[in-house]
Design a protein around this ligand. Structure first.
Ligand code: NAD
Ligand code: DAU
Length: 338
C-alpha cells in the first residue's frame, strides 16, 4: 500500500510512520511536510535509509507544490496529519497560519485527492472540535461541534470540508477525532514534554489557572493504531472518536511527572489561565472499539513512565529545540502570562 502521509515530520505523524514501517512489510510511505517550527526530520532518522520511505518538502496550502507529488505517484490513500497544532499559538500569535494550513491546506489536499482519484482520505482531527463538557458525560461522534479557541475552530472547519467533499463528490473519506496525545517526539511546548523538560532543568512548571481542567490522555502509539484501523477498515464517511480513557486534571498529571523525576512540588507555579480555557474533555470511543476492534494498550502510568524515560534519554533532542527559535516564543508567552 502506497500512502501519502502529510505532517509526518511532526509528533504524531513521525510516530505513525515508525508504527507503519515496523508493522507492515508491504507499505510505502511518502512523507509530505514543509518543516515548520514543529517539523523535525531528526524524528525520522531511523526511517531515512529505508527503501519503503521517502520525504518530500512541500506546503499543503500550495496546489502547485502538491500537484507533481500526486502526478508522479499512485497513492492508495492520503493520511492527513499536517496542521498548526498548538492552541496557545493560535491564541497568542494569531490565527492566520492556522486558517491557511488547517483549512485551506486541507481543501487543497481534498481537491488533489479527488483529481488524482486516490481511493481513500483519512483526516486526523481532534476532540477540541466538540468544545467543553461542564457536567457529566463524554463526547460521542454526534455531539455538537462547538469549538472554543481559534485552533479548534480551524480544525472544525477542516472536518466540515472533509464531510462536504464526501457528500458532494463521493470522496471516500474517514475522520478520526482523538484526545490529548503524549509520547516520544512531542514538541516541548505541549503540557507533558514542557513539564518534563522544565522539571529536569529545575525551572518553574506553569500550570494554567487552578489546574483542575480535565483532559483525556492517550499514548501516541494507541492513537496511531486507531488511525491505521480507520484507514484500512473504517466505514466510508464515518467519524471515529479515539480516546485514552484516562480523564484527569492537569495538576495531577504535573504531580505525577514530578514524582517520576523525584522533583519537588514547589516547582509548580500557577500562572494566569488560558483565555476561554475548556474545562473538561472526555471521549466515548465505543464506535471504534465495537466496529474496528480498537482499544488502548497503554495505561497512563506505563505510558507516562516510557515518555519520561524517552525525554531523559533524548535530552539533546529537546535541548536543541529549546535553545533555538522556540526560546523566543516561550519567553514571549511566559511574559504575557506572568
Ligand atoms: P505537530 O505540530 O507536532 O506536527 C505538525 C506537522 O505538520 C509538522 O511536521 C509541520 O511541519 C507540518 N505542517 C504544518 N503546516 C504544514 C503545511 N502547510 N504543509 C505541510 N506540512 C505542514 O502536530 P501533532 O501534535 O503531531 O498533530 C498532528 C495532527 O493530529 C494535527 O492535525 C492535530 O490537529 C491532530 N491531533 C493532535 C493531537 C495531539 O494531542 N497532539 C490530538 C488530536 C489530534
Ligand atoms: O485535545 C487534543 C488537542 O491536544 C490537540 O488537538 C492539539 O493539537 C494538541 O496540541 C493538544 O491541545 P493543547 O494545544 O491544548 O495542548 P497543551 O499540551 O498545550 O495543553 C494541555 C492542557 O494543559 C490544557 O488544559 C492547557 C494546560 N497547560 C498547557 C501548557 C502548555 C498548562 O496548564 N500549562 C502549560 O504550560
Amino acid at each position: 500500500m502506497h500512502l501519502l502521509v502529510t505532517g509526518g515530520a511532526g509528533f504524531i505523524g513521525s510516530n505513525f510512520i515508525h508504527y507503519l514501517l515496523r508493522t507492515y512489510q508491504d507499505v510505502r510511505i511518502t512523507n509530505l511536510d514543509n518543516l515548520t517550527y514543529a517539523g523535525n526530520l531528526e524524528n525520522l532518522r531511523e526511517a531515512e535509509n529505508d527503501p519503503r520511505y521517502e520525504f518530500v518538502k512541500a506546503d499543503i496550502a500550495e496546489a502547485a507544490q502538491l500537484e507533481p507529488v500526486f502526478a508522479d505517484r499512485r497513492f492508495e490513500a492520503v493520511v492527513h496529519f499536517a496542521a498548526e497544532s498548538h492552541v496557545d499559538r493560535s491564541l497568542h500569535l494569531g490565527v492566520e497560519a492556522f486558517i491557511r494550513t488547517n483549512i485551506l491546506g486541507t481543501q487543497k489536499l481534498l481537491d488533489l485527492t479527488r483529481a488524482h482519484r486516490v481511493p481513500r482520505f483519512v483526516h486526523v482531527s481532534t476532540d477540541e472540535v466538540y468544545g467543553s463538557l461542564d457536567d457529566g458525560g463524554s463526547f460521542t461522534e454526534t455531539s455538537p461541534i462547538q469549538p472554543n479557541n481559534p485552533y479548534a475552530a480551524t480544525k472544525a472547519a477542516s472536518d466540515f470540508l472533509v464531510r462536504a467533499a464526501a457528500k458532494s463528490y463521493n470522496l471516500d473519506a474517514v475522520t478520526t477525532r482523538c484526545s490529548n496525545n503524549y509520547g516520544p517526539y512531542q514538541f516541548p511546548e505541549k503540557l507533558i514534554p514542557l513539564m518534563i523538560a522544565n522539571a529536569m532543568e529545575n525551572r518553574p512548571l506553569p500550570v494554567y489557572g487552578d489546574g483542575q481542567q480535565v483532559r483525556d490522555w492517550i499514548y501516541v502509539e494507541d492513537h496511531c493504531r486507531g488511525v491505521d484501523l480507520a484507514l484500512r477498515h473504517g466505514e466510508t464517511g464515518a467519524v471515529y472518536n479515539i480516546g485514552g480513557m484516562h480523564d484527569v486534571p492537569n495538576l495531577e498529571v504535573v504531580q505525577q511527572i514530578l514524582h517520576l523525576l523525584n522533583k519537588p512540588a514547589t516547582l509548580i507555579t500557577h500562572v494566569p489561565d488560558r483565555p476561554g480555557h475548556d474545562r473538561r474533555y472526555a471521549m466515548d470511543a465505543t464506535r471504534i472499539s465495537e466496529e474496528l476492534g480498537w482499544a488502548p494498550q497503554f495505561d497512563f502510568t506505563a505510558g507516562l513512565r516510557r515518555t519520561v524515560d524517552w525525554y531523559l534519554n533524548n535530552r539533546a533532542w529537546w535541548e536543541r529545540i529549546r535553545s533555538g527559535a522556540y526560546r523566543d516564543y516561550y519567553q514571549k508567552i511566559y511574559q504575557q502570562r506572568s
